[in-house]
Design a protein around this ligand. Structure first.
Ligand code: ATP
Ligand code: MG
Length: 525
């Protein structure tokens, strides 16, 4: 009996389907090509990394790391141990004497395998692991004695055994990447890229994962296209060129109505950002009563983030707060002025936004954000900035860095809302064939046409011509090539233009020439 499938894409994830995927490909192709013209090379880091990498690079007290990461244990260290772990972890409370003894046996095996894994180093000798094995042993040893006393007695012991099993740390803690800058910096260090001609300019694209509340423009698996420049220099021209590159990309991809906001957040030295944060904090204390609970909390934890607030009733108050631009140190102020000059030189329009901040210490100087129209409150399509301390924080040499990440999902949404969505995928040629000889010719014709770059639909089974032409029409085909045994023996093929029903006769070589000339004339076939 057929049961209805209950499988669905996980909340916050989705299938990208044709024809929409054509638009995704177009966007990605444009990124490859534009970034290539700026001499960036593509990097493809893995989608999972040690949790520790993100905790350090993104920051343990950010929302991303503290509650949005998809984290899991990697059990690769011992398959056998992992198997036993899963069996016991997923075991139901034993009901019968036999089931109880089986569970005890399984636990006995886990203890033996676990202890030898401790010796071989496959299981780390941490106090937690030693304790967990002792606990497992304790509960496993109780089971045989109560095996005949029923589930009320065995259930709690089995539960305690399972709890002890979950305390075993079998392997590395990994996370799906919530962003890619950390991975790029890790790769820079791992491959000794500081030996390469500097700066190293790389871009990436691919899925990122954050357990956020799904809504329009916010998904749990979403896609970013980003770039990073790493090296010894923090010349303002680098910042300006990176920004010029994103803006060129948006322009080329057809997203016209975007706004670029820039700011400088100084750097982490006593005469710069920290001094400003002190002033900001003092000013916030003065107006504390008028702020919402979130902002009140942030006065203590991260005063800069108050500037991020979107709360309507806080806006007028925030407008009166001290601004970082007035408190930058001499070098940071000069750097910011030079970045703005460099942007003007490149014809890049920007708006200064003193409220644009980043909450992490190693973010410094240039920050920018690009917003698009028609996306409601999820309207940021790109965020970026300078992070000169990050590579060093991850154990690498002192390195300067700047980069950005574009939200590809939001970019696509915005293109669609501006009427730049993908057209349904038509076919250039639908081959309507009847008869066995005709079929052999149709297969060969399909191959030749495809080799010449045309999209061809070749029905796998014979259809009456009427039915085939109907199908061709439904699929949005431009032409139908009609091949019956007569056409094949006469060597004269009929090409029907589906839009107006006109028919033309061609020999095989003529047909190819004709289609090529239509394509060359720039018309979509
Ligand atoms: P937001 O303020 O919108 O939450 P963010 O500051 O968390 O963005 P970044 O970490 O700077 O975003 O990521 C860069 C870009 O990635 C964002 O501008 C946005 O376009 C996109 N992005 C971030 N999170 C998501 C998500 N959950 N779903 C879709 N796109 C996202
Ligand atoms: Mg976010």
């Amino acid at each position: 009996m057929a049961t209805k499938s209950k499988f669905q894409a996980i909340r916050g994830t989705r299938d990208l389907l044709p024809p929409e995927t054509a638009l995704w490909n177009h966007v990605e192709q444009t990124a490859h090509s534009v970034f290539g013209t700026f001499a960036f090379g593509e990097i493809r880091p893995p989608v999972f990394e040690p949790t520790e990498l993100f905790a350090r690079a993104v920051g343990g007290d950010t929302d991303i790391v503290s509650k949005e990461m998809y984290t899991f244990k990697d059990y690769d260290s011992s398959q056998e141990l992992q198997g036993l772990w899963i069996l016991i972890f997923s075991a139901k409370d034993p009901k019968t004497q036999d089931e109880t003894l089986d569970l005890a046996k399984l636990a006995g095996k886990l203890i033996a395998v676990g202890r030898s894994a401790l010796e071989s180093g496959q299981l780390s000798k941490t106090p937690e692991n030693l304790r967990a094995l002792d606990q497992i042993e304790l509960y496993a040893s109780k089971l045989p004695g109560i095996a005949n006393q029923g589930q009320r007695e065995t259930g709690p012991v089995a539960a305690a055994l399972r709890d002890a099993v979950t305390e075993l740390d079998l392997g590395d803690e990994l996370s799906l990447r919530p962003e890619a800058t950390a991975s790029v910096c890790r790769a820079y260090i791992e491959h000794g890229m500081q030996q390469l001609p500097q700066p190293v300019k790389v871009y990436y694209m691919g899925p990122m994962f954050r357990r956020e509340r799904p809504q329009k423009g916010r998904y749990r698996q979403f896609y970013q296209i980003g770039a990073e420049v790493l090296g010894g220099s923090d010349a303002p021209a680098i910042d300006a060129e990176v920004i010029e590159m994103v803006m060129t990309f948006f322009d080329r991809v057809g997203l016209s109505d975007v706004e670029l906001d820039i700011n400088s957040i100084g750097h982490n030295a006593p005469d710069c950002r920290p001094a400003y944060v002190q002033k900001l904090k003092a000013a916030l204390e003065q107006v504390k009563d008028k702020l919402g609970a979130d902002s009140q909390r942030r006065i203590e934890t991260n005063p800069l983030r108050v500037l991020d607030s979107k709360l309507e009733r806080e806006q007028a108050i925030i407008a009166t707060l001290p601004r970082i631009a007035d408190h930058l140190c001499t070098e940071c102020a000069a750097h910011y002025a030079a970045v703005k000059r460099q942007l003007e030189l490149r014809g890049v329009f920007f708006k200064e936004n003193w409220r644009l901040v980043r909450g992490l210490d190693y973010y410094m100087r240039t920050t920018f954000e690009i917003t698009a129209k028609g996306l409601g409150s999820q309207n940021a399509v790109c965020g970026g900035g300078r992070y000169d301390g990050l590579v060093e924080l991850l154990g690498g040499p002192p390195t300067k860095g700047i980069g950005f990440a574009i939200g590809e999902d939001r970019l696509i949404l915005s293109l669609q809302e501006n009427g730049k969505g993908a057209a349904p995928q038509g076919r250039d040629v639908y081959i309507a064939w009847m008869g066995e000889r005709a079929y052999a010719t149709a297969v060969r014709a399909a191959k030749d046409l495809r080799n010449a770059g045309f999209s061809v639909e070749l029905p796998p089974t014979e259809l009456k011509f009427g039915k085939a032409l109907e199908r061709a029409d439904k699929l949005g085909s431009r032409y139908a090539l009609i091949l019956g045994d007569n056409e094949v023996s006469e060597g004269s093929w009929t090409l029907k233009t589906l839009a107006d029903g006109t028919q033309q006769k061609f020999t095989e070589p003529e047909l190819l020439e004709f289609l090529k000339s239509v394509k060359a004339s720039g018309e979509r076939l």
